[in-house]
Design a protein around this ligand. Structure first.
Ligand code: ARG
Length: 389
């Protein structure tokens, strides 16, 4: 399908030395002003932007352009099932922050703006990259993540996904308690100050201890999870301008925690333990003990967040909302790029409506990208080989 005003972009690596692409700036500004008639005519703005790019290699977004661009990037995020509410994204303009201390205190404010119970989707946009100049970064993949340690016996304590970053921050002098749910410090790197570590204050970290609606023993497992998923290492690109530090959050869908974080064998790997406590026959796969434990673990996650009054959705509700989003966008004449392998929930796929169709795979901008160097920093290996794949 060809939609006027949209261009397909291949996922090529980002060149931080390249000036802002005038064609991309124009594409974005035309769409932005078309979708927001109150911004007035786009032509005078285009003339200014072309001149700014010619003179400086980049241009500065207005507050409205930044806000709408960030919302468009969410709308274009093909892996996100939660896009129905893209218009409600709260955009915090943090383009004036420079020092690590400033960035840290604004990240704490971000988590406080996201809230501890109602959870609002928020993005904080820090300074745009200037062609050829280094920029500030957060190494962590999310603002809140649990450390992962390798015990003497080779077993993993905590989040196996964070083994690399945990090693790196220990190398920088951080000492964790060595427990299963130690919140990692933020690693903030600025051109002026290098790498600095910051502990988040308790008021910025809402956590929910997990219990089960029927199994009294479940609480004894000592499981918990944080309330706010806040991705910190994806680059936001709007109209040819790049924002390498633009952390954003939504609210959780239960399966992200119950069917992945706590269930994946290289994460918390809880299914064998839960099945054992349930007294299931784990001697053969065909008893479906994994599936039965998975359902109860997910019930515990949804139940606990509900009891704590912390906003969360289940995969059935969120799938229906995504179908509503598809209808809305079709009415507005816009394509919805979507990646089936990410949109379909990690349990009970076939009993959600999102399973039973195909989607358009398109790389539309504005967009969020995870660059290779950012992924390496999050694994604690800024250059070279990752020791923990
Ligand atoms: N899946 C990731 C996690 O478990 C979070 C990704 C973003 N999720 C969201 N609901 N906005 O932490």
């Amino acid at each position: 399908m060809i939609v006027p005003g949209y261009r397909d972009h291949p996922a090529e690596p980002w060149d931080p030395d390249a000036p802002a692409d005038p064609g991309e700036a124009e594409d974005f500004l035309r769409r932005c002003y078309l979708e927001n008639p109150r911004l007035g005519p786009v032509e005078p703005r285009l003339a200014i932007v072309r001149a700014q790019i010619a003179a400086t290699g980049s241009y500065v977004h207005t507050t409205e352009e930044l806000a709408h661009g960030a919302r468009m990037a969410w709308r274009n995020a093909s892996r996100c099932i939660g896009r129905l509410y893209w218009r409600s994204l709260v955009v915090l303009d943090r383009r004036r922050a420079r020092t690590a201390d400033e960035i840290y205190s604004l990240l704490v404010q971000h988590l406080q703006s996201a809230g501890t119970t109602a959870i609002r989707p928020v993005i904080s946009v820090f300074p745009a990259a200037q062609p050829g100049q280094p920029c500030a970064r957060v190494w962590n993949e999310q603002l809140i993540r649990y450390a992962g340690y390798r015990s003497a016996t080779g077993a993993t304590i905590g989040d196996g996904r964070q083994l690399g970053l945990t090693d790196a921050v220990r190398g920088f002098g951080w000492q964790g308690k060595g427990e299963a749910f130690d919140v990692l410090p933020l690693v903030i790197e600025t051109p002026g100050e290098g790498i600095r570590l910051y502990e988040l204050p308790e008021r910025a970290i809402r956590e929910v201890p997990l219990s089960h609606p029927e199994f009294g023993w479940f609480a004894e497992l000592g499981l918990r999870w944080h309330a706010v998923p806040a991705i910190a290492n994806m680059r936001l690109t709007i109209g040819g301008v790049h924002y390498p530090l633009a952390p954003f959050n939504g609210w959780y869908m239960g399966t992200e925690i119950g069917a992945r974080n706590l269930a994946d064998t290289d994460r918390y790997d809880m299914l064998p333990l839960v099945a054992d406590r349930m007294g299931l026959d784990t001697s053969r796969e065909s008893t479906l003990w994994r599936d039965r434990a998975l359902v109860e673990l997910n019930r515990a996650v949804l139940h606990s967040f509900e009891q704590a009054g912390v906003k969360m959705t289940d995969h059935h509700t969120e799938s229906q909302r995504f179908m509503a989003h598809l209808r809305n966008e079709e009415k507005a004449g816009r394509p919805v790029p979507a990646d089936w392998t990410w949109i379909v929930p990690p349990m009970s796929g076939g009993i959600t409506p999102v399973f039973h169709r195909y989607y358009q795979e398109m790389d539309l901008r504005p967009a969020f990208y995870l660059d290779e160097p950012a992924a390496r920093r999050a694994a604690g290996c800024p250059r070279g080989v990752t020791t923990h794949p």
